[in-house]
Design a protein around this ligand. Structure first.
Ligand code: NAD
Length: 250
């Protein structure tokens, strides 16, 4: 028996970075993965890679800030699969700016993509999960939702909001047997951190607090997501799973 055998999983931001490796690992462990992203070409590429290695996946065009598109995405999955076992709110953007230089538009955009999307997705999936009598929602926050760091105030505020929204949902949704948890990755090598991890002196400064002394591969976070998506985590609820090489331990 594979670890998420036959589970129907919707993941946002599955086209690139960690969303792609989460999708691939979950599919290799038996899930039917619906890869949702605004980037159709890369999203379809993720699906093609999964299918090529024998997994089950479909692409769904979704801008996570658009409520109507959420409803259409959920409807499509319910038509095809009849249920949604797991929602992974993974899509996110990073704006690197100190608070004094952050514009209103940048603040609003980051909250739209990183926070409002998690609310919209959660609310959209609740009716199906209630009907099923069970559900599982995994929200991707960050170490930057736990501690401060230079030059990322709007991003950190957004990830802090995701952390506490998760706990609030854990309280509201427990009566419906819907588990809700957050994941807090440290510094991971993805397209998002390409500029953050270069040049060499900046890379060294960013990685400074990471006790293990390196950035992680996206696959190392996927293992934590797999655990939360599986029934192995059946009593994990309202928790924050930190995957940061010790960044926040010091
Ligand atoms: N990379 C890191 O070091 C790191 C650390 C902690 C947390 N995170 C978080 O992990 C998640 C994934 O990060 P990543 O590094 O893989 O990012 P990434 O930039 O490599 O990939 C993000 C994906 O989200 C998609 N996306 C962005 N906006 C979208 C929208 N409006 N609608 C639909 N899809 C959208 C992109 O197309 C892309 O496929 C994000 O929430 C990020 O904040 C990343």
């Amino acid at each position: 028996m594979k670890r998420v055998e036959n589970k129907v999983i919707l993941i946002t931001g599955g086209a690139m970075g960690m969303g792609r490796t989460h999708s691939e690992l979950l599919a290799s462990e038996g899930a039917w993965v619906f890869v949702a992203d605004r980037d159709a070409a890369e999203g379809q590429a993720t699906v093609d890679r999964i299918r090529k290695s024998g997994g089950k996946a479909d692409f769904i065009a979704l801008d996570v800030t658009a409520e109507g598109e959420w409803n259409a995405a959920i409807g499509r999955i319910l038509n095809a699969a009849g249920r949604i076992d797991v929602l992974i709110n993974n899509a996110g953007i990073l704006v690197l700016k100190p608070v004094q230089d952050t514009t209103n538009a940048e603040w609003d955009r980051i909250f739209d993509v990183n926070v409002r999307s998690v609310f919209l997705g959660t609310r959209a999936v609740i009716p199906a999960m209630r009907t099923q009598g069970r559900g599982n929602i995994i929200n991707i926050s960050s170490i930057y939702g736990l501690v401060g760091a230079p030059g990322a105030s709007a991003y950190q505020a957004s990830k802090g909001a995701v952390r506490l929204f998760t706990k609030s949902c854990a309280v509201d949704l427990a009566p419906f047997n819907i588990r809700v948890n957050s994941v807090h990755p440290g510094v991971i090598e993805t397209p998002m951190t390409k500029d953050l991890l270069a040049p060499a002196d900046q890379r060294k400064a960013v990685l400074g607090p990471t006790l293990l002394g390196r950035a992680a591969r996206p696959e190392e976070v996927s293992q934590a997501v797999l655990f939360l998506a599986s029934d192995e985590s059946s009593f994990v609820h309202g928790a924050e799973l930190v995957v940061d090489g010790g960044y926040t331990a010091n």
